[in-house]
Ligand binder design. Structure first.
Ligand code: GLN
Length: 554
């Protein structure tokens, strides 16, 4: 008989944004560290078939996987917390994808004679997707997007309710995250919102086994017991999820309250204790580093937090690798265009231009790159950031004053950034994206010197994830390379043998590197991405303007 799979379903109540993704990822991390083969799934209740078409303002960053799927940003958290799980398209799905599958099957005659309904057809499809996503893992943690009480999440909740019966009560655990606010005027932690949210869950047939209570302080035993009493959960199954300064502390707090042990006990998973020493060491470095540097991030978004989630985490990881805290200073590129913000650019230890789409703020980003190049400030350009570095170099160093990217000047004569020949005239925009993992050949040396790329990676072949439509135009390469632009990473297209530029550098600069891919999708707190580590190292070594020693004699 096949081994019985175990499932944990994580739901959220009261409010959104109380950290359901981090809580789920933390449980995943703890159970993996206890020696269990874990995987994770995110179910999102919106009708987009995937988040690829959604603005990052609305739903945060689009996280890209090796297989090219565009997923919810929570997959980013899972990837950073759970070490061994390998995520694919199966690990993230939306209501849109479920309906799409059901409606296609209906049109193909797959339900002949039947009335196709939410229950059982949609719920069956959801369960099928969960089982497929669970793959060969012993334990699958499924996060239900949205908040209990939303009309949209109902089919997901009904499906997980059924799964308890399908899989056996002993193999399924319901974890519910709620908010327990502290009301200063009353001097009290308030449990009513939690009671209401659990009541709502129970009305649809789900009795949570474990409550995680987000709060600004630890819940005392009497509050846990009170919540337990009203919610029909033993007090010892009510846990605090306290606010912490670093998200990486969350699993440590959960472990301190023995959440992982309780989960193991409830699911009948017997393991030893987890070894969290490396994780603790990493958290200590984040909380109490030896120094500090400031990185200026030049972009157009006003709502940075979620649209650049992986990027900011990767900078933190780069800090861990160098034992420094990385302060992130967001610099509005439209203001640079208006001649403002030079003082800000001047004040930082490194300048980063991240990925992006659309024309707003482009010239400001180009100005910031020119500034970094001339003032010899460490520079890191990612995707759009690399493309604009090539445009800047073409205009100001290679004698192509009208150089641009075809994204912004489709009819331009000097588009050093352009669509690949094979992609021209393709009207389906989604179809022309280069998405997912591609091999990049790293140039080891330029002249007698090791390239920055090779110094960082220490190897000549890597795989990195992409999400873009435009590329460096090969016909301009001789002109650019002759003037000193180094192409230090390449990909040879399997389709037509075309060589694509993956990384660029400038030789006479302390650190000027651009990459066409998104290294931020691969960085993990225990394994900081080499390009982020080397960029932060450059900021420490040659930036040094805001640099402070935080520890020892300085
Ligand atoms: N807009 C650019 C392109 O499509 C860059 C995309 C990105 O930075 N992710 O090629």
């Amino acid at each position: 008989m096949a081994k019985q799979k175990k499932f944990i379903f994580v739901t959220g109540g009261v409010l959104s944004s109380i950290g359901k993704g981090i809580a789920a990822a933390s449980i995943g991390m703890l159970m993996e560290q206890r020696g269990i083969k874990v995987t994770m799934i995110k179910m999102d209740p919106y009708l987009n078939v995937d988040p690829g078409t959604m603005s990052p303002f609305q739903h945060g960053e689009v996280f890209v996987l090796d297989d090219g799927s565009e997923t919810d940003l929570d997959l980013g958290h899972y990837s950073r917390f759970v070490e061994k799980a390998y995520f694919t398209k199966k690990n993230s799905f939306t209501t849109g994808r479920i309906y799409d599958a059901v409606i296609r099957r209906e049109r193909a005659g797959g339900y002949l004679g039947k009335t196709v309904q939410v229950i059982p057809h949609i719920t069956d499809e959801i369960k099928k997707h969960i089982l497929e996503g669970s793959d060969d893992a012993d334990l699958t943690i499924v996060e239900v997007g949205g908040t209990v009480g939303d009309i949209e999440s109902l089919p997901f909740l009904e499906a997980i309710r059924q799964m308890r019966a399908d899989q056996g009560a002993a193999n399924v655990l319901f974890v519910h995250l709620t908010l327990v606010p502290y009301i200063a005027a009353a001097g009290e932690l308030k449990t009513k919102p939690t009671q209401h949210s659990v009541k709502e869950l129970r009305e649809i047939g789900i009795q949570p086994d474990i409550l995680l209570c987000r709060s600004d302080r630890k819940l005392p035993k009497d509050v846990k017991d009170k919540i337990g009493l009203f919610c029909n959960v033993p007090g010892e199954q009510v846990f605090s999820a306290v606010d912490v300064s670093s998200i990486y502390e969350v699993p440590l707090y959960f472990h301190e309250e023995a959440l992982d042990e309780k989960i193991g006990e409830k699911l009948g998973i017997w393991t030893g204790r987890p070894d969290l020493s490396k994780w603790k060491e990493m958290v200590d470095k984040i909380k109490s580093p030896s120094g500090e540097v400031t990185i200026g991030i030049v972009g157009k978004y006003t709502d940075w937090r979620d649209s650049y989630k992986s990027l900011s985490e990767s900078l933190i990881h780069g800090g861990v690798a160098n034992d420094v805290r990385v302060q992130m200073l967001y610099i509005d590129s439209e203001e640079i265009e208006q001649g403002k913000n030079e003082d800000l650019l001047r004040s930082v230890d490194g300048i980063l231009v991240p990925g992006g789409f659309g024309e707003r703020g482009i010239e400001g980003k180009i100005k910031a790159i020119e500034f970094a190049r001339k003032e010899k400030i460490p520079f890191f350009g990612i995707c759009l950031g690399m493309q604009l570095a090539v445009v800047e170099f073409a205009r100001n160093c290679a004698g192509i004053p009208d150089a641009h990217s075809a994204e912004f000047k489709p009819e331009g004569k000097s588009n050093v950034i352009d669509l690949m020949e094979s992609q021209r005239g393709v009207s389906d925009k989604g179809g022309t994206m280069r998405l997912g993992g591609y091999v990049c050949n790293v140039l080891a040396k330029s002249g007698s010197k090791a390239t920055k790329a090779f110094a960082a990676y220490g190897k000549e072949q890597v795989t990195e994830r992409h999400r873009h439509r435009f590329e460096v135009a090969n016909k301009f390469r001789p002109q650019l390379e002759e003037k000193g632009l180094l192409v230090t990473g390449r990909h040879v297209s399997k389709i037509d043998g075309t060589e694509l530029v993956e990384m660029i550098e400038l030789a006479n600069h302390p650190y000027f590197l651009g990459c066409q891919f998104h290294p931020e999708f691969l960085s993990k707190p225990l394994a900081p991405h080499p390009l982020f580590s080397s960029f932060i190292k450059a900021a420490v070594d040659v930036g040094g303007k805001t640099q402070k020693k935080l520890k020892g004699i300085g």
